[in-house]
Ligand binder design. Structure first.
Ligand SMILES: NC(=O)c1ccc[n+]([C@@H]2O[C@H](COP(=O)([O-])OP(=O)(O)OC[C@H]3O[C@@H](n4cnc5c(N)ncnc54)[C@H](OP(=O)(O)O)[C@@H]3O)[C@@H](O)[C@H]2O)c1
Length: 273
């Protein structure tokens, strides 16, 4: 066992959507930095894999708590916060990472169902979680990091639902930074561009492999760094914003995007050239 003090020793960090992708990488990053980590999502099998991986990294199995929860179910969100507090006694960092994508075509008759689902999962659940978490974050002078997207400021054709949802996350962050600053709570977002995860499998007309191949090829052709990002690169940025190293940063939306914000367009799933 290492005696060296780690950045998040004694801190309690809750990461939504930690069964895969960016959330999984973030859970493992915080576990490696000494935190007590709450791992939560809907898929039990995937959650168990992340819990086992986190326990291998963490100094104690007791530092890892799994809570199966659907963030679209109000009661699940209450249980998530209550279990965190009853197990670890406090909350220092809330990472609002869970999110979904989906095509929203304004002329599609089923568009509203997809739109409502995106807004509820990507925005409504964050508002509810923050509402329940803030009293606990006030006690620890903790902070909130939400996972937004470059799509919050860069419009994408057929993705108005997702783009709108991420705009909401940015604005919520800025407003809460103002409201909660005098309680010592910082509130920030990371805004990734395309990151290599399974998120693109949902809601596209292509096969999973085809969609990912097209999107990643587009990144290689259009991003200044000529590649998509990796989940660990976002996780490290989240950990930075959540740490005391970022003690004077609040209300910030920080791009993790390989420079892609400064190119004329983002990655395009229709690029099969
Ligand atoms: N990958 C990218 O290119 C990219 C770019 C910009 C922003 N982002 C954002 O990054 C975040 C993470 O996405 P990812 O790329 O890591 O995708 P991912 O691998 O699909 O992970 C999404 C996570 O959200 C969870 N989730 C979805 N709906 C949920 C619900 N109703 N209740 C509880 N958990 C739910 C999923 O878990 P279960 O299915 O097990 O519930 C999963 O753990 C999202 O907010 C996404 O918008 C991703």
């Amino acid at each position: 066992m290492s005696c060296q003090k780690k950045l998040f020793d004694g801190k309690v960090v809750l990461i939504t959507g930690s069964s895969s992708g960016i959330g999984r990488a973030t859970a493992l990053t915080f576990a490696g930095l000494g935190a007590k980590v709450v791992i939560t999502a809907r898929n039990d099998i995937k959650l168990d894999e992340v819990v086992q991986s986190a326990q291998l990294i963490s100094e104690s199995n007791d530092n890892i708590l799994k809570v199966k929860a659907d963030l679209n179910v109000r009661q699940d969100i209450e249980i998530l916060i209550n279990k965190t507090i009853s197990t670890f006694g406090k909350l220092d960092v809330l990472v609002n990472n869970a999110g979904i994508v989906g095509i929203t075509d304004i002329e599609d008759k089923d568009m509203e169902k997809t739109f409502n689902n995106i807004m509820n999962t990507n925005v409504g659940s964050i508002v509810r979680l923050c509402h329940l978490a803030v009293p606990h974050l006030k006690k620890t002078k903790g902070n909130i990091v939400s996972v937004s997207s470059v799509a919050s400021t860069k419009p994408h054709s057929l993705f108005f639902g997702y783009c709108m949802a991420k705009s909401c996350v940015d604005m919520l962050t800025k407003c809460l930074a103002i409201d909660l600053g005098n309680s010592g709570i910082r509130v920030n977002t990371v805004n990734p561009a395309v990151i290599r995860t399974n998120i693109f499998k949902a809601g596209f007309n292509f096969s999973e492999e085809e969609t990912q191949r097209n999107i990643y090829r587009d990144c290689e052709q259009t991003y200044p760094l000529q590649r998509p990002g990796e989940p660990e690169e976002v996780a490290e940025t989240i950990a930075f914003l959540a740490s005391d190293k970022a003690s004077f940063i609040s209300g910030t939306t920080l791009e993790v995007d390989g420079g892609s914000m400064w190119t004329s367009r983002g990655a395009n799933p229709n690029n099969n050239s």
